[in-house]
Design a protein around this ligand. Structure first.
Ligand code: TXA
Ligand code: MG
Length: 328
């Protein structure tokens, strides 16, 4: 049985002991729960891939608790990346940097770069500090499935695969970090996430570019389907009254439905009361987990505006809708 631990100093010491001896522990961050191992422990890192059933071509994000730790992971910190780190760390922004030779190949999938972020979560920062080493941590869920935003999600998905999860309550941001590569050639968006493109552009005065697949490879490991519930998900522009009669379907509205009241049951969720995209991001995975657990025939989800955090929400919903057959 996986142990769900309160974030006391004693339990953080216990989790750090497991990690320091080459094991794994799940912990909260502001985005989603992470499954952590010592970046420099090949055994620990191999354990992450095994527990998640994750393909080795999908590199991991390294989590730090102070700016100095970047030097252990990266051979170069370009001024453009430093500017972003100073503005957004700790926070949901991951920077792809030239890799230090000490970082094992298995962490970076053999790439010449390494992904680094400093999470804005007290429990994550205390754990990293206690371990005394950066932690490689993907989302604490089986590969391809919905990301976990509570300790209960982790316990359900990884029971029998890991020993402990530290419970820090629900993750406030609710979608993964934004991943960018920033250097003198520009700021490239590799994955939309918890910091919006608009915020990065406002902070730097620079346009955020989308990499041209032929020049800069996109973030690897981003398969067409990802973040999927067990139930097939259908993404529609707007949920209309006639859809509500689809047998055993569940519905995920963007805003609280006011015009359609007949036919609304427990199988109905919404992301935000009044259309706030930050609130919607924090709810998207938890609502999908909830609707999925009702085992409907299909989840019909409504599009959200692709601006601000809506870009990250749409990315997750589109990927969730790409799985064609139900999962076992
Ligand atoms: O919010 C988050 O980022 C969460 C929490 C736990 O911190 N972590 C997370 O990790 O989302 P994961 O494993 O789900 O995402 C890792 C992704 C890879 O799939 C890849 O797209 C990108 O990060 N990545 C990692 N290293 C990279 C590199 N060297 N170059 C480009 N992309 C990289
Ligand atoms: Mg993930």
């Amino acid at each position: 049985m996986i142990k769900i631990l309160k974030p006391t100093d004693e339990n953080i010491t216990l989790a750090s002991g497991i990690i320091k001896s080459g094991g794994l522990a799940a912990f909260p961050t502001e985005t989603v729960y992470g499954l952590g191992a010592d970046v420099f422990s090949r055994r620990g890192i191999a354990g992450i891939f095994e527990a998640k059933n994750r393909p080795f071509f999908d590199p991991l994000i390294c989590h730090i608790s102070s700016l100095e730790e970047v030097q252990r992971l990266s051979s170069e910190f370009p001024p453009e990346a430093i500017m972003l780190a100073e503005r957004f760390w700790p926070g949901p922004l991951t920077l792809v940097l030239p890799r230090h030779t000490d970082v094992p190949d298995i962490v970076t999938s053999g790439l010449p770069t390494v992904a680094v972020r400093m999470p804005a979560h007290d429990v994550a920062l205390r754990l990293i500090k206690k371990c005394g080493t950066p932690l490689a941590a993907p989302s604490a869920n089986p590969f391809g499935c919905l990301s976990p935003t509570t300790a209960a999600h982790v316990a359900e998905a990884l029971d029998g695969k890991i020993e402990v999860v530290i419970d820090g309550g629900p993750c406030p941001v609710g979608v993964e970090s934004t991943i960018v590569k920033a250097d003198k050639t520009g700021i490239f968006l590799l994955r939309p996430g918890g910091i919006s493109v608009e915020e990065i552009e406002a902070a730097t005065g620079l346009k955020v570019l989308t990499p041209n697949a032929s020049e800069t490879p996109e973030a690897p490991g981003q398969l067409p389907y990802h973040y999927s519930p067990m139930t097939p998900l259908r993404l529609v522009k707007k949920i209309t009254g006639d859809m509500l009669s689809i047998k055993d379907a569940a519905f995920l509205f963007f805003t609280k439905p006011v015009d359609i009241t007949a036919g609304i049951t427990a199988n109905t969720g919404f992301l935000s009361q009044g259309g706030d995209l930050r609130e919607a991001a924090s709810a998207v995975f938890s609502e999908l987990h909830r609707l999925d657990s009702l085992r409907p025939s299909v989840i019909i989800a409504e599009e959200v505006p692709a601006e601000g955090l809506g870009l990250a929400i749409m990315d997750r919903l589109i990927k969730a809708s790409k799985r064609t057959s139900p999962q076992s």
